[in-house]
Design a binder for this molecule. Structure first.
Ligand SMILES: Nc1nc2c(ncn2[C@@H]2O[C@H](COP(=O)(O)OP(=O)(O)OP(=O)(O)O)[C@@H](O)[C@H]2O)c(=O)[nH]1
Ligand SMILES: [Mg+2]
Length: 183
């Protein structure tokens, strides 16, 4: 069994815990309590244990989050699509990730797509153009599950590539030996 550690980060109120609740098929809750420190949840798929760390977006827990996410295999930055500070929020977390964890996969989620967007922020598109980007609504568990299905699927493809690389030198050796035997 392999472990795959996912850190869910982003500003407080962006909907991180609600996204995890949707993934767990829990009913949506407008009065969900703020995360204190970090919450942990895991699921197993394809012989891999996906460990999800749902962090608090409160400033006082930021250093603990930064420390913890150094061990992550994947970082998901979540922001509120409708927040007036959406651009600054994404920029801040991208900077944190790039400063403290340069070589890691990063996905960006714009959450609360069920809400009416007041003003389209074209600048965000440029900021996130090099990242996988998903729009979600924690009220619609399908949109949330799609993100995690893609993560599982991508990991499967990547690990197959790694397996193939590991296997091929052995195959070459076996073929060589057969060829020698035939001689
Ligand atoms: N309309 C709408 N509201 C949402 C959505 N996701 C979360 N909310 C609401 O936004 C508020 C904050 O949600 P949380 O899931 O607690 O946000 P969080 O990012 O985990 O916040 P911290 O734990 O403080 O970091 C709550 O009132 C949720 O009900 C969504 O997709 N659409
Ligand atoms: Mg939370």
């Amino acid at each position: 069994m392999k472990n795959f550690r996912i850190y869910l980060v982003g500003e407080s109120n962006s909907g991180k815990s609600s996204i995890i609740n949707a993934l767990k098929n829990k009913p949506f809750n407008f009065n969900i309590s703020q995360t204190i420190g970090v919450d942990y949840w895991s699921f197993t798929k394809n012989q891999t244990k996906f460990e999800i760390y749902d962090t608090s977006g409160l400033k006082k827990f930021e250093q603990a989050t930064i420390l913890g996410m150094k061990s992550a295999n994947l970082i998901i930055i979540c922001f509120d699509l409708c927040s007036s500070t959406a651009y600054q929020d994404v920029e801040k977390w991208l900077n944190i990730v790039l400063t403290h964890k340069s070589v890691t996969q990063t996905i960006i989620i714009g959450n609360k797509m069920d809400k009416q967007l007041q003003k389209k922020n074209e600048n965000i598109r440029h900021l996130i153009q090099n990242y996988s980007f998903y729009k979600t609504s924690a009220l619609n568990s399908k949109s949330v599950k799609k993100v995690f299905e893609d993560i599982v699927q991508n990991l499967l493809i990547t690990s197959q590539i790694v397996d193939r690389v590991e296997i091929s030198p052995m195959l070459v050796q076996v073929q060589k030996r057969n060829w020698l035997c035939l001689c």
